[in-house]
Design a protein around this ligand. Structure first.
Ligand code: SF4
Length: 304
C-alpha cells in the first residue's frame, strides 16, 4: 500500500518533483511560517487534522455536535471497517520492520513468512454482526497476503543488490516508510497528538490510505500533515498521495491520487481550520448540510 511501483516512482521523481520545484509555494504558506498570518491560529481550539479535513458533512455540523454539544455517536460499519483495515495494514508493516531488525539478515526472508498471518484481534470485531465480521476478516487476509509479497520482494531485492547490508540498512532501503507517525500540531493551533498515516522517506511525501470512495477533500489531510511536518522540521514537503484501496472477492486493487501540496490546497486547509475552529470556539451551530450522506452517524440527531 505504501510502496510505489517502479512506474509510479518514475512519475513522482520525473514529473511531480520537478513540477513542485518550479511552482514554488508562497513562503507564508509554508508550515514554518506558523507565527504569522495566515498560518498563526486565531482560535485556541486544538482540533485533529481529520476533524478539519474530513469534510463528509458539508457544514461541519458533525464537529459542532461532537465538540460543542457533546454528542457521542457510535461509528458506522464503514468507519469501523476502515479503521480495522488501516490498523491491519499499518500493523503488518510495523511487524515487517521489527522482523528485519530482530532477525539475522540471512534468515530474514523466512522470518517474514509470519506476516502472512493477519493481525486482527477477535476483540476488534466482537461487537459486529457475524456476516460483517466474516467480510472484514476476509479483507484483512487478502490485504495481508497482498502486502506480504510486496514486502518480501523489496527485502529480497535489497539483499540481492547489497550483499553486505546489515539490519538497519536493510530496513531503511527496503521499507523506507514511517507509519502512524505521531506529530505535534500545536504551532498551527492543532492537537499535539496527531498521527499521520505514513510518510515516505526517499521521495518526501505524506501518504494517506482510504478504503472508501474518492473525495476531493481527502487532499486536505495530506496538506494538513505536510504543514505540521514543515512547522516541526522546517523542511519543505511538497507531495501528497492518497491511496484508495479496494478489496473485492479476495482481490486487492489500488488507485493513487498523487498531488502537489501547492498554495491552493494549503490555503484551503487553513480556511477549513479557521472555519471549523470558529464553530467550536464561538458555539455556532452551522445548521444541517443540504446533502447528508446515509452513513452519517449523526443522522438521527440532525433529523430529529
Ligand atoms: S446528518 Fe447531515 S448535517 Fe448532520 S452531521 Fe451528518 S451530514 Fe452533517
Amino acid at each position: 500500500m505504501y510502496f510505489l511501483s517502479d512506474e509510479e516512482r518514475r512519475y513522482v521523481l520525473r514529473k511531480l518533483l520537478p513540477e513542485s520545484r518550479r511552482g514554488d509555494v508562497h513562503s507564508e504558506l509554508r508550515g514554518w511560517s506558523w507565527r504569522d498570518p495566515p498560518l498563526s491560529p486565531v482560535y485556541d481550539v486544538p482540533l485533529g487534522v481529520s476533524e478539519i479535513a474530513g469534510r463528509y458533512c458539508g457544514t461541519a455540523r458533525d464537529v459542532y455536535l461532537r465538540r460543542v454539544v457533546g454528542v457521542k455517536a457510535p461509528p458506522n460499519v464503514a468507519m469501523v471497517e476502515g479503521r480495522l483495515l488501516h490498523r491491519a495494514v499499518a500493523g503488518q508493516l510495523l511487524r515487517a520492520i521489527q522482523t528485519v531488525y530482530t532477525h539475522p539478515v540471512g534468515s530474514v526472508l523466512q522470518a517474514l513468512e509470519g506476516l502472512r498471518t493477519p493481525c486482527l484481534d477477535d476483540e476488534d470485531v466482537a461487537t459486529l454482526p457475524e456476516q460483517v465480521r466474516c467480510q472484514i476478516r476476509g479483507k484483512v487476509e487478502a490485504l495481508a497476503e497482498f502486502e506480504y509479497h510486496r514486502i518480501v520482494t523489496r527485502v529480497a531485492d535489497v539483499l540481492a543488490r547489497q550483499p553486505r547490508v546489515g539490519q538497519g540498512g536493510l530496513a531503511a532501503l527496503a521499507l523506507p516508510v514511517m507509519v502512524e507517525l505521531p506529530l505535534d500540531g500545536r504551532f498551527l493551533g492543532l492537537s499535539s497528538h496527531l498521527s499521520a498515516d505514513a510518510v515516505s522517506l526517499f521521495e518526501p511525501m505524506v501518504v494517506d490510505l482510504k478504503f472508501g470512495p474518492r473525495r476531493d477533500f481527502h487532499r486536505l489531510a495530506t496538506a494538513g500533515y505536510a504543514l505540521v511536518l514543515e512547522s516541526l522540521h522546517e523542511c519543505p514537503i511538497n507531495l501528497g498521495c492518497v491511496t484508495y484501496v479496494c478489496v473485492e472477492g479476495g482481490r486487492v486493487s489500488m488507485e493513487r491520487d498523487f498531488h502537489l501540496i501547492d498554495d491552493e490546497v494549503r490555503q484551503w486547509f487553513v480556511e477549513a481550520r479557521d472555519e471549523t475552529m470558529r464553530l467550536v470556539s464561538e458555539d455556532i451551530d452551522p445548521g444541517t448540510s443540504s446533502e447528508c450522506h446515509e452513513g452519517c452517524p449523526y443522522l438521527d440527531h440532525c433529523r430529529r
